[in-house]
Design a protein around this ligand. Structure first.
Ligand code: FES
Ligand code: FES
Length: 160
């Protein structure tokens, strides 16, 4: 299979990678060192690999790397910083939306895309927005509460 040179802007930084035609964006990102994008089912079932691709949350395991050529990719590391956590991250901690944490990167990415598009989501909007993110620990209630609270924080101008 042929190799292709792919250019991505990952969390604001331009990067190139050589990928085979059949390689997924998930595999390519992880080879590039973006291990914060979690590799789990690789079948589009769990949402652990979610990234924001040109403004839209996608499962990186369902996108070929070549399809993302020239695109902007946001991973969980591009949301907030270690010294300045994003309101979604702060609220996930405060509300107990993080337990084992395996689902957390994908949940935060999906929640960010949801709030960017709909700053005042209802509980139903949040449930729908996170429907593709499986969590085996929290029972979802705490995650939904965290996203609801974070959206409120952002509307009030508390963080980005
Ligand atoms: S690893 Fe992509 S959806 Fe599960
Ligand atoms: S916190 Fe464990 S899977 Fe979500």
């Amino acid at each position: 299979m042929s190799d292709y040179e792919i250019r991505l802007v990952v969390n604001g930084k331009s990067e190139t990678v050589t990928a085979e035609g059949g390689e997924t964006l998930l595999r390519a990102l992880r080879r590039m060192g973006h291990a914060d994008v979690k590799l789990s089912c690789e079948g589009g079932d769990c949402g652990a690999c979610a990234v924001i691709l040109d403004g839209v949350a996608v499962n990186a395991c369902l996108v070929f790397a070549v399809q993302a050529d020239g695109c902007e990719v946001t991973t969980v590391r591009g949301i907030g910083t270690e010294d300045g956590l994003h309101p979604i991250q702060l609220r996930m901690i405060e509300k107990g939306g993080v337990q084992c944490g395996f689902c957390t990167p994908g949940v935060i990415v999906s929640a960010k895309a949801l709030i960017d598009e709909n700053p005042d989501p209802t509980r139903e909007d949040i449930q729908r927005g996170l429907a593709g993110n499986l969590c085996r620990c929290t029972g979802y209630k705490k995650i939904f509460e965290a996203v609801e609270a974070a959206a409120g924080d952002i509307r009030k101008g508390d963080g980005a």
